[in-house]
Design a protein around this ligand. Structure first.
Ligand SMILES: Cc1cc2nc3c(=O)[nH]c(=O)nc-3n(C[C@H](O)[C@H](O)[C@H](O)COP(=O)(O)OP(=O)(O)OC[C@H]3O[C@@H](n4cnc5c(N)ncnc54)[C@H](O)[C@@H]3O)c2cc1C
Length: 427
């Protein structure tokens, strides 16, 4: 099997790239030329995983089928997990697909390519913390988030009928994921309290633990401060300058003592898959593929983008692992491939433009900074405007893969569904 362009990973970056290319090449050529591979049947925009985890976003409604997207955007889709890569031979291997009983449905497949873009994202970095992998939940994909949500519902019920009526949640890492998850879990807690009789009311206590001196350490201080006030107002306990030393089944050992925990979420850093080391391409200590400012790896015709790549930025820094970067890189590579296949010269390099960062703090609240061309200068926003701007990022992603009309319909459908079924998914 051969495709001119194979994109592995249909996430924030890979799916946008496949959609842009498929539409540019058109109905006849697109599916012949462009293949998207993903190990999942459906796509969820990763920055919404904290909402899936809290139950405020339903993945069955929000998930978009890759098969339908490929038909509408004129690219081919293949379900499978990349397990071997031969950059010299320009070949890759997808593992055999098995059903839940272990019976093989599709055998192992080998695909040859002209150009390949690796866009497999990243997972969690436990920094060698004992017990973290065994006892903490992570939010790496929709399955993890749903798994956590099921556990949360069970714990809500347990707390409601327990003697102490107390539920302790510990979240490790106060970057965007940890802060957003804390705020969203508080929303879920208030929804569930509102939906049950007062006899079932219980107290949920969230502790957010951070090793750095402030939350959202990568963002401007004013944004951190505002997020901190908002979390305090929601009764989230924030422990900064606190190192997590070990995770146990029901407690978190920290440099300030033990924290009791009915459930623990690890949201403290990213790392790409270990198997990236075996793909014959140079990787850094986070297993990210090293690329140049054209997103090329050391192998001819092999590119990497998004969280699984380490792309130089400025002053020895690398482009941050953000949906914003993946979105820009998809746009850049689409232009590059379109020029290549049109036989036109293309000598531009990729330059990351930081438009700022927005963090959701639950219902109708957000905080962030806007930078560069979007705002003219760096400035701070908060409240409802920040929340709406945050939501518009998700809409922009949907616009690339669905077009304006379907994006607007989807947004309306979500509003109506929430009116009918409530905000929290309880089943
Ligand atoms: C809870 C949360 C909140 C976030 N909030 C923000 C935010 O507000 N703003 C922001 O800019 N960023 C945010 N991020 C980070 C952002 O989600 C990532 O930077 C972005 O999704 C990276 O895009 P990507 O295309 O590189 O990878 P992903 O979007 O992770 O996609 C990777 C894809 O590759 C597939 N895949 C992986 N391995 C294989 C394999 N071996 N074979 C086949 N397919 C494979 C996966 O199924 C997935 O579809 C957040 C992340 C999380 C978890």
């Amino acid at each position: 099997m051969h495709y001119e362009i194979v994109i592995v990973g249909g996430g924030a970056g890979g799916l946008e790239l496949a959609s842009r290319l498929g539409r540019a090449f058109g109905r006849r050529i697109g599916p012949e030329r462009v293949l998207l591979v993903d190990r999942s049947h459906f796509h969820i925009w990763k920055p919404t995983l904290h909402e899936v985890a809290a139950g405020t976003l339903n993945p069955q409604q929000e998930g978009l089928s890759y098969s339908i997207l490929s038909r509408n955007n004129h690219f081919s889709f293949m379900l499978g997990e990349l397990v071997a890569f031969d950059p010299e031979g320009k070949k890759l291997t997808l593992a055999a697909l098995k059903d839940e009983h272990g019976e093989e449905i599709i055998p192992e497949r080998t695909i040859s390519f002209g150009n390949c873009v690796l866009a497999m994202g990243s997972g969690s970095n436990f920094f060698g913390t004992p017990g973290a992998a065994e006892h903490a939940f992570v939010l790496e994909n929709a399955r993890d988030a749903q798994h956590f949500q099921q556990r949360l519902l069970a714990l809500f019920a347990k707390a409601a009928y327990s003697q102490g009526k107390q539920l302790d949640v510990v979240i490790v890492g106060a970057g965007a994921t940890g802060v957003e998850l804390s705020a969203e879990l508080m929303e879920a807690y208030h929804e569930i309290q509102g939906a049950t009789g007062s006899k079932q009311h219980f107290h949920m206590h969230i502790t957010l633990v951070e090793g750095a001196p402030r939350v959202l350490a990568g963002l401007p201080e004013k944004v951190s401060l505002q997020a901190m006030y908002a979390l305090r107002a929601k009764h989230v306990t924030v422990l900064t300058d606190t190192k997590v030393q070990a995770i146990h089944a029901n407690r978190v050992e920290t440099s300030r003592g033990d924290l009791p925990a009915d459930v623990i979420v690890w949201a403290a850093g990213i790392k790409a898959a270990e198997r990236n080391q075996r793909f014959g391409l140079p990787v850094n200590r986070l297993n990210q593929f090293e690329v140049n400012d054209r997103l090329q790896t050391a192998a001819e015709g092999v590119y990497a983008m998004g969280d699984c790549s380490a792309c130089p930025w400025h002053d020895g820094k690398f482009v941050p692992a953000r949906a914003q970067a993946a979105h820009q890189q998809a746009r850049y590579l689409a232009r590059r491939f379109m020029a290549l296949y049109a036989g036109k010269p293309f000598d531009e390099s990729y330059e990351y433009r930081d438009s700022g960062s927005l963090v959701s703090l639950g219902d109708n609240q957000g905080v962030g900074n806007l930078m560069g061309s979007l705002a003219g200068k760096n400035f701070f926003i908060e409240g409802l405007i920040a929340k709406y701007m945050y939501m518009s990022l998700h809409l922009m992603h949907h616009k690339v893969i669905l077009g304006w009309r379907k994006t607007a319909l989807l947004a309306l459908a979500r509003i109506f569904q929430t009116r009918v079924s409530g905000r929290l998914k309880l089943h």
